[in-house]
Design a protein around this ligand. Structure first.
Ligand code: SF4
Length: 193
């Protein structure tokens, strides 16, 4: 296998023995030829806050996805560990789709504002709880609204699973004002996410 080759539209380099959790895994360093300069923040806001960490200082995003951590840099560099080439190909295919979606988002909605990034990165269960119905009705199958809020932020539940919220125009309006559409969608407000 050549040291650098093309896979799913990325320029890829493979090495081994560098993944601490799984020593038998391969390390994939992929490079997106167009870079990711304007996309890193858009990509961050596609995930609930507990699934992604963004550093403005390093222009770097770390995402928990497909049972691993994926690092994405504004330079276009992407790093991840994979079980084998087939696994690497699958992850890169998913990332290619994600980048395509982020490009569309950027075209339609422009770059996220400083406020968007601030709200997203500091969002806590308690903060989200303030905008839920706070009745502990259990219609979402969680014992309390705060438990539901925590699971929404960790990506285990979708915000739309709270039916009373969906039926309250007032609360939805307040949430939209506080979070903005992008973050609402990252928390599972839309049907197709
Ligand atoms: S369905 Fe909504 S209001 Fe009812 S417990 Fe769950 S989060 Fe709270």
């Amino acid at each position: 296998m050549p040291s650098k080759f093309s896979l799913e539209g990325f320029i890829v380099e493979i090495s081994s023995g560098r993944c601490l959790k799984k020593p038998n895994s391969i390390t994939v360093e992929a490079f997106n030829p167009e870079g990711l300069k304007d996309l890193v923040e858009v990509l961050a806001l596609k995930f609930p806050p507990a699934k992604a960490t963004y550093s403005k200082e390093w222009s770097c995003l770390t995402i928990k996805m497909l049972d691993r951590l994926v690092g994405m840099y504004a330079s276009g560099k992407i790093t991840l560990c994979a079980d084998d080439m087939e696994d690497a190909k699958g992850v890169l295919k998913t990332l290619k789709e994600l980048i395509k979606e982020a490009k569309e988002d950027l075209k339609i909605g422009g770059p996220p504002s400083v406020k968007d990034i601030e709200v997203w990165s500091k969002l806590t269960p308690l903060e989200l709880y303030k905008y839920l119905p706070k009745t502990n009705c259990r219609k979402c199958d969680e014992s309390t609204c705060i438990a539901f809020a925590a699971k929404v932020l960790s990506g285990e539940r979708k915000l739309r699973d709270c039916l009373p919220l969906r039926h309250s125009e007032e609360l939805v309006g307040k949430l939209e004002e506080f979070l903005g559409k992008r973050i609402l969608n990252a928390l599972g407000w839309l049907k197709d996410n």
